[in-house]
Design a protein around this ligand. Structure first.
Ligand SMILES: Cc1ncc(C[n+]2csc(CCOP(=O)(O)OP(=O)(O)O)c2C)c(N)n1
Ligand code: SF4
Length: 306
């Protein structure tokens, strides 16, 4: 399996398979990841895209996708991928299309679908060992409808449906572990601000068959409250503070790809976003800040050095 074709930034493709001029917000971290994933994965794809920010990309008769695209309901994109896969397999078996015209079924959803409404359809697809790639751009809320909380919202964040001094009372669901528990073919976390790590993982996912997840943290200027120009900086801080571990599950084991030797304090990441402003003003919420830090520390304490 080729893992080393992306050694330096200049090895990355600059094909720009996803066209410009879309309706996405400036500085969208989800778009940043999607551009890069698409360029490495290639356009022999059918995107099955559940309702969310990215469904605004294709508005008939315009589309930025150079391959195919299909709209689905929020909870049913993996079921849609099954239909697409079956249709392609039937066409191939009947020799109605030649083998080189085969396409990959690629699910594209936000966290609202991936962590919540779509979990049942995802579970079924993994049980059936469906050959598909699932891309989740995780902006930690229902972004397209105004950033209501989702099962991916971090503890303490302000959302449209969780305001006040303590923010969201729940805890971000561990989708990575949820997938891993189902023993799929491949699972990886990525982020657009780490393009080499992302490209290596997409290349790996491309060469594997079966259910595969690319889980991309998607810094969202609109929903998180930061300047669009800071999107990559926020992404770097998510990794350097240990909030977003870069890891993959392949061949039955979880590997961390970048273990931050000296992690920055989580508040370096939190204080740059309006959704956490109530933790710092009018006075610091020391207990909640410490709780968030402790949770990150506990995570990394359990990670074996590679
Ligand atoms: C069953 C259902 N409920 C509500 C909606 C309205 N809706 C459209 S997009 C959206 C938000 C989706 O959130 P997420 O999956 O996180 O994607 P994002 O908007 O963040 O891209 C909602 C609630 C819908 N389309 N279908
Ligand atoms: S709301 Fe957030 S995730 Fe959606 S397009 Fe805008 S920046 Fe991207």
């Amino acid at each position: 399996m080729s893992e080393t074709i992306y050694r330096r930034m200049k090895d990355l493709p600059s094909t720009h398979l996803l066209g410009a001029g879309t309706a996405a917000c400036a500085g969208c971290g989800g778009m940043q990841a999607l551009h890069q994933i698409y360029d490495v994965f290639g356009d022999k794809t059918v995107f099955i895209n559940a309702a969310g920010c990215m469904t605004l990309l294709s508005v008939y008769p315009f589309t930025p996708f150079s391959g195919s695209w299909l709209y689905s309901a929020m909870g049913s994109a993996p079921a849609g991928a099954q239909g697409v896969r079956d249709a392609l397999d039937i066409l191939l078996a009947k020799q109605r299309i030649p083998a080189e015209e085969d396409l990959s079924a690629v699910v594209l959803t936000g966290d609202g679908s991936a962590y919540g409404m779509g979990v049942s359809a995802t579970s079924g697809a993994i049980d059936r060992n469906l050959d598909f790639l699932y891309i989740c751009y995780d902006n930690e809320g229902y972004g397209n409808t105004g950033q209501q909380f989702s099962s991916a919202t971090p503890h303490g964040a302000k959302t449209a449906t969780s305001e006040g001094a303590a923010g969201y009372p729940g805890f971000k669901k561990d989708l990575f572990s949820l997938w891993v528990a189902n023993k799929p073919a491949y699972v990886a976390t990525v982020i657009g601000s780490e393009p080499l790590d992302l490209a290596r993982k997409v290349e790996k996912a491309k060469q594997i068959k079966g259910p595969r997840l690319l889980l991309a943290l998607a810094p969202c200027p609109t929903g998180w409250g930061f300047d669009p120009a800071d999107s990559s900086a926020i992404g770097h801080l998510a990794v350097k503070t240990g909030i977003w571990p870069l890891k993959e599950y392949v061949d039955g084991r979880v590997v961390h790809n970048k273990i931050p030797r000296e992690r920055l304090p989580v508040e370096d990441y939190l204080q740059k976003q309006q959704r956490f402003a109530h933790l710092f003003r009018p006075q610091r919420n020391e207990a909640l800040l410490q709780e968030i830090q402790n949770r990150v520390d506990d995570y990394w304490d359990k990670v074996e050095p590679e």
